[in-house]
Design a binder for this molecule. Structure first.
Ligand SMILES: N[C@@H](CCC(=O)N[C@@H](CS)C(=O)NCC(=O)O)C(=O)O
Length: 205
């Protein structure tokens, strides 16, 4: 049965899951969730995701939440992008935890303040921008050593991190300062199935 992804094309965590499905060649149906209208806090949505956030992936009648947990589920279920051997899987998990803790807030919050808030608090913007710059520095060091985060092949760690970093300019970050990151973004962009968020998750007309 085809899977259904509930979320928004403007959401980096939703984009991660759409990218994984597309790169794995797995067909899915997209169901738009209007966050402005609070559709993610309705009883029906909360029955799928106790956290009241997008994305949710319905795999059959099983609702899955937390984007990196969904990626791990899909890597096991589809047998793709899991990170290879035990050492590669450990490295992949380390990057996934770091992505949720450091990278996503560091890039997504400045992008949210700049793109969706009329008068963002400058202290908060500076705080998260500093975290984003620190995350890009960490990423630059990692990608100077190997072509992908876990080694020679892309894994769910690359998919998770790419979904955010490819939009870094929207948060005011300049990838020209990070040549290894920039090269990796180009390599990831050339992988089969990698397409912009709006192509993978068309908004309802
Ligand atoms: N840790 C979650 C984060 C998901 C998340 O932050 N989703 C945002 C959209 S990008 C959301 O639903 N925000 C609405 C809210 O938190 O009320 C994941 O990776 O799935």
């Amino acid at each position: 049965m085809a899977m259904t992804l509930h979320g928004s094309p403007l959401s980096f965590p939703t984009y991660k899951v759409a990218l994984m499905l597309s790169m794995a060649g797995e067909p899915f149906t997209f169901q738009y969730v209007n966050l402005r209208q609070g559709e993610h806090k309705t009883p029906g949505f909360l029955a799928m995701n106790r956290f009241g956030q997008v994305p949710v992936l319905m795999d059959g009648d099983q609702p899955l939440s937390q984007s990196n947990a969904i990626l791990l589920h899909l890597a096991g279920r589809l047998g793709k992008f899991g990170g290879g051997d035990a050492a590669g899987q450990r490295t992949t998990l380390e990057w996934l935890c770091w992505e949720a803790d450091q990278l996503l807030p560091g890039i997504a919050r400045p992008r949210f303040y700049k793109r969706f808030m009329p008068n963002p608090d400058p202290t908060l913007l500076a705080h998260y921008t500093e975290r984003g710059e620190g995350a890009l520095k960490t990423l630059e060091a990692g990608l100077a050593k190997t072509p992908y985060l876990g080694g020679d092949q892309p894994s769910i760690a690359d998919i998770s991190v790419y979904a955010t970093v490819v939009h870094a300019a929207e948060g005011g970050f300049d990838l020209d300062r990070w040549p290894s990151v920039k090269g990796w973004v180009e390599r990831m962009g050339g992988q089969p199935g990698v397409r912009p968020a709006a192509d993978l998750m068309p908004m309802p007309q």
